[in-house]
Design a protein around this ligand. Structure first.
Ligand code: ADP
Ligand code: MG
Length: 1109
């Protein structure tokens, strides 16, 4: 254990007392109260010294987890609160480390938790012992042997849903390292009567129910079984299913366990076949049949069932049938066969079933042993676990209870013997004086039962073997004779007169005062059960079976090995096996687990005082405590004792340097504990009275509180101081940082001030130097300037001087020249005036003209006749010339332009010119026509196939062809017409058909009228008296009015040499047949936009609205 780990003790956080030895005062009431208190707090384990009392909680508690295993692993027994693991750990460690074989004896009544305890011990040991593949397999096999044995050997009883109906002792074998090697299981006295009959509310062995509900259909069919429990006489019906137990699932678990343990598939099959055979045996029924000789005989009622059983175990049907009908008694070469009556046949049947089953069970145990036995021959360490049925006191107790209670009696004996022996040994070991302890020794009861000459068992055997009529009554009589004097034997008919009037004691019973209480046994069946008779015919029949397993179960049926001696009785066998067991246990170091059942209801949280009290009594627990406390109640090795109490004395606290024993001595002396209260052993201190221990505990608790306060105080002081120191350190750090910061600031301020001052000084100094330099510079500049000025003055004086000189010189020259000129002019005046003027004038004029023409040549305008530019006149005197030149140039230019014209173009321009003369400034439509070339034939009549007929009618050359609107005089609306103009006539034709509507020779035309506006209306007048005049004038409209009218005018002129009259007026008259209608043009805005619209106003008036421009 590491130094840091806190050492705990059983004494810590105790509920009640964890060890009954410490009970104060010691009495049955306080004992029970302590158990109850602990039970109520889920503390189901309590010690008596090294014995563990376990109270069945009847519910799963969270105290078996792997963490708990770890907690209890390698810890001292008294270190932690009581637990079964603690005992298991102690046992395992002393087995491993001290080489002591161990046995764990678990006792208690049915349902007290023995089997659970044994499993817990095994699983704990499995968890803490070695690991590894091989070891794990061994462990697994050992653990898995439990479910198999439980299936075949456990049953539901009124006390326990999973009650073991056999005693079991299992030796687990370990190697020197503590790794498990294997095991050996011994079984004791299976309660085989259960196979054929179960008390009310109980069941047969689990395996029957598991097989029927868990086996798959095909398996059941093979075994000739049906799922329905009620089909089988051997299965008690009233509690066929158990709450919370899943038989089907358990069947799978069992098969799986069998596989793990090492059963071959065919072995498992054989086992199940035997189980089915047993089950089916119960269904065989017999009927009486009277024979002639007066003897009763029986017959099997339904042969079918018999046949199936025979098939199952491979027996000839007749053989088995005969075995149920006859009984052969052999004695010294003599064979006597008697028939069986119905009752005997049933007896034989049940005996066979019981034997078959119990032999199968023994076979199973042996088979398991074979699997789990250790493989090595080396020396092994052994841990035995004994889970044996507890003391049983029923209303009706029979042979089984007698045997069981005998066994418990023996166990109690070795318990007393071993505890006392151990106690005594310890005293001797520790060198403490041994004081005698008063306790009840049950050896006397054991003797009453097992004594070889006059013990009850011996007498029973004698009775069974005795020739002559033997019955249970004769057996009781014998008992009455022989045991009457025994102080633990009571019987009504005994010689002891004090029971003569005891009505609680029926006549057919005897009573034994067991150590655990008085038990009344009914003698009925004792002889039979002890005989455990199976008629030889039956065992021989079984031996004949072809089923290997069945055959091997009945070796006594082998006729060649016939043993005429009676087989040993059940009592004898049991006594022998108990004796071996006891011998075995005595060689081992015992560990006790004493199980207590808290209530009869299998319910959690219920603690029935009377029931527990009874168990406490018969388990002899009070005695146990007394024995343990005889002399000294408490003992402990010196080291943990010193460790626990060292704080109670100044010399030992906090460290004791010397040996632990001396430390304890000092301690106890210091505490002034009376000398008679304790004793020093070699390695342990013995304390006589629990009171002393509790006194120590109380003081320790008080001291611990003080110590805690002290630790708290020191810790708080330490904490405060650390905090203070930390704060102080922090303060210094903060202050340092602050100072640094402040100094830094100050330094920076000084530095910047210094820089300012410095800069001022430097500036001042620099300015001073600058001033000086400037002054120097100015001085030099002044000098230069002065020098310059001086030089300048000098130079200017010089210049003035020179200029004056030059002026004087020129003045002289000018004056000279003037004088000379005046002189010359005066001399030449008379010659010049006569000739020079005229010549100069001519020359000048010539020069000017030359210049004018050259300039004009360069500034000549373009050759376009419409270009109006002309260079400006340079001299007024050239006005006339200039205008004339301009005219000449224009004419020349026009001629040049005209010379470029072709004949055709000339004609076009002629026409355009004609139009211009006619309409320019007269009709507002004219300007828009200027840009449009006059094409004449717009319709291309000759080419257009549509007008082919028209073109053939008009032979002459077409001058103009266009679509015009002919205005209807009735309503003023226009209708499109083809307008054709030839050299001699003009025609109007239908636009669609090309049919000629009217044709007028040009000579018949007089005039054409139109408005001065932008419209295209025009009237063509016909001469009066001509054929055409009958129809009247034409009022037409066309956008190409200008072209049409021009061409009409020119064509008329050229063909008739007469001019037609062109009338341009906003109001003219038109002759329509007889009427004259006035066409009047007004300015307006007709609805249809920019097109002129004609409208009839009245009979005499057509009004044309022309959109204002
Ligand atoms: N330690 C335990 N924790 C929880 N339940 C227990 C414990 N011991 C026993 N039981 C319950 O009590 C029942 C009977 O226990 P069992 O060991 O079969 O009794 P016994 O073998 O003494 O007849 C178990 O089936 C189980 O339900
Ligand atoms: Mg059990």
């Amino acid at each position: 254990m590491s130094k840091m780990e806190v050492k705990t003790s059983l004494l810590d956080n105790m509920i009640g007392v964890g060890d009954m030895v410490l009970l104060e005062p010691l009495a049955e009431e306080s004992f029970l109260e302590n158990l109850k208190k602990r039970f109520d707090h889920n503390e189901i384990y309590t010690y008596i010294g090294s014995v563990v009392i376990s109270v069945n909680p009847y519910r799963s508690l969270p105290i078996y987890s792997p963490e708990k295993v770890e907690e209890y692993r390698n810890r001292n027994f008294y270190e932690l609160s009581p637990h079964i693991f603690s005992l298991a750990d102690e046992a395992y460690r002393s087995l491993r480390d001290q080489d002591k074989d161990q046995c764990i004896l678990i006792t208690g009544e049915s349902g007290a938790g023995k089997t659970e305890a044994s499993k817990l011990v095994m699983s704990y040991v499995a968890a803490v012992c070695g690991k590894g593949a091989e070891v794990n397999q061994v462990k697994e096999q050992l653990l898995q042997s439990n479910p198999v044995l439980e299936a075949f050997g456990n049953a539901k009883t009124v006390r326990n849903d999973n009650s073991s109906r056999f005693g079991k002792y299992m030796d687990i074998e370990f190697d020197f390292k503590g790794d498990p090697l294997g095991g050996v299981i011994s079984n004791y006295l299976l309660e085989k009567s259960r196979v054929v009959k179960q008390p009310r509310g109980e069941r047969n062995f689990h395996v029957f129910y598991q097989l029927l509900s868990g086996a798959p259909d095909d398996m059941l069919k093979k075994l000739n079984l049906e799922r329905d429990f009620s089909k089988y006489n051997y299965l008690g019906l009233d509690s066929a299913t158990v709450n919370g137990v899943d038989d089907a699932a358990n069947f799978r678990t069992v098969r799986n366990a069998m596989q793990i343990v090492g059963f071959m598939d065919d072995e498992t099959q054989s086992v199940l076949e035997v189980v089915s055979a047993v089950l089916k045996l119960g269904n065989i029924e017999f009927k009486p049949e009277s024979r002639v000789n007066g003897l009763d005989e029986s017959r099997v009622k339904d042969k079918n069932e018999l046949k199936e059983i025979c098939e199952l175990i491979g027996i000839e049907q007749t053989v088995l049938e005969r075995a149920f009908s006859f009984r052969t008694v052999e004695a010294k070469q003599e064979k006597v066969s008697t028939t069986l009556n119905v009752a005997q046949a049933y007896y034989a049947r049940d005996a066979l079933a019981k034997n078959l089953y119990s032999r199968l069970f023994s076979w199973l145990v042996n088979r398991i042993n074979e699997s789990i036995k250790a493989q090595t021959k080396t020396r092994k360490k052994v841990m035995g676990v004994l889970d044996i049925y507890g003391f049983e006191i029923f209303e009706d107790n029979s042979f089984e209870q007698f045997i069981i209670n005998y066994c418990n009696e023996k166990l109690q004996q070795i318990f007393i013997e071993l505890t006392l022996r151990e106690e005594q040994e310890e005293y001797i070991r520790e060198g403490i004086e041994w004081t005698h302890i008063d306790y009840f020794n049950n050896a006397i009861i054991c003797d009453l039962i097992e004594n070889n000459t006059n013990g009850i068992l011996a007498m029973l055997d004698e009775e069974c073997l005795r020739p002559g009529t033997v019955s249970d009554e004769t057996f009781l009589e014998k008992l009455n004779q022989i045991c009457a004097g025994h102080e633990h034997f009571e019987s009504r008919m005994s010689k002891n007169s004090k029971f003569l009037n005891d009505h609680t004691l029926p006549h057919n019973c005897f009573r034994i005062q067991h150590y655990a209480g008085k038990v009344l046994y009914r003698v009925e069946g004792f002889v039979d059960k002890n005989n455990d008779l199976l008629y030889r015919d039956l065992s021989q029949a079984m031996w004949k079976a072809s089923h290997n397993l069945v055959k091997s179960l009945f070796p006594d049926g082998n006729p060649t090995k016939i043993n005429l001696k009676r087989p040993p009785t059940a009592g004898f066998q049991f006594k022998a096996s108990v004796a071996t067991l006891m011998k075995n246990l005595l060689t081992k170091n015992p560990n006790y687990i004493r199980c207590i059942k808290p209530n009869d209801k299998k319910a959690a949280h219920i603690f029935t005082d009377s029931l527990v009290c009874h168990q406490v009594r018969y388990l002899g627990l009070m005695e146990n405590v007394r024995v343990r406390r005889a002399g000294y109640a408490f003992r402990q090795t010196y080291e943990p004792c010193l460790e626990r109490y060292k704080m109670l004395c100044k010399q030992t606290w906090p460290h004791w340097r010397g040996p632990a024993r001396e430390g304890v001595e000092v301690l106890l002396k210091d505490l002034q504990i009376p000398r008679e209260e304790y004793s020093y052993g070699r390695s342990k201190i013995f304390i006589r009275n629990p009171r002393t221990l509790f006194h120590l505990e109380d003081q320790r608790k008080q001291r611990l509180q003080d110590l805690a306060a002290l630790i708290q105080k020191i810790y708080r002081g330490w904490k405060c101081r650390t905090r203070f120191l930390l704060m102080k350190r922090s303060q210094i750090t903060v202050a340092a940082w602050y100072r640094r910061y402040a100094q830094q600031k100050k330094y920076q301020r000084i530095k910047s001030s210094a820089i300012v001052v410095q800069s001022y000084i430097r500036g001042w100094k620099s300015r001073k130097i600058l001033r000086e330099l400037k002054y120097q510079k100015r001085c030099t500049e002044a000098v230069t300037t002065i020098a310059a000025y001086w030089h300048g003055t000098q130079a200017r004086m010089e210049l003035r001087h020179l200029k004056e000189e030059a002026r004087n010189k020129r003045a002289v020259t000018v004056i000279w020249a003037c004088w000379l000129g005046t002189k010359v002019r005066r001399d030449y005046r008379k010659f010049f005036r006569a000739n020079a003027g005229k010549k100069i004038y001519e020359f000048t004029i010539q020069r000017i003209m030359q210049k004018y023409f050259l300039e004009l040549k360069n500034k000549m305008p373009s050759m376009s006749p419409i270009d109006k530019t002309w260079p400006a006149r340079p001299y007024l005197f050239l006005e006339a010339t200039h205008t004339e030149l301009r005219r000449i140039f224009h004419l020349w230019r026009c001629k040049k332009y005209r010379d470029l014209f072709t004949e055709q173009k000339k004609a076009i321009y002629d026409e355009k010119l004609e139009a211009s003369e006619m309409f320019k400034d007269k009709k507002a439509l004219y300007p828009s026509s200027v840009g449009q070339p006059f094409q004449g034939d717009y319709l291309e009549i000759s080419k257009n196939p549509k007008y082919q007929k028209l073109s053939t009618l008009v032979e002459e050359k077409i001058i103009l062809a266009d679509i015009v609107n002919k205005i209807n005089r009735a309503n003023g609306k226009g209708a499109p017409r083809i307008f054709l103009l030839t050299k001699n006539s003009f025609l109007l034709a239908d636009q669609k058909s090309g049919q000629i509507k009217s044709s007028v020779p040009l000579s018949d035309l007089t005039s054409a009228s139109m408005s001065a506006q932008t419209d295209g209306f025009f009237a063509v007048r016909v001469k009066e008296g001509t054929p055409a005049a009958a129809k009247g004038d034409f009022l037409l409209s066309s956008d190409r009015l200008i072209e049409i009218v021009t061409k009409l005018y020119r064509t008329c002129l050229s063909s008739t040499k007469e001019k037609i009259n062109i009338e341009i007026s906003d109001e003219f008259l038109v002759q329509f047949k007889q009427d004259k209608v006035c066409v009047k043009f007004v300015q307006g805005s007709p609805k249809n936009g920019s097109v002129a619209a004609c409208k009839r106003k009245n009979n005499r008036l057509l009004e044309v609205a022309v959109p204002s421009p």
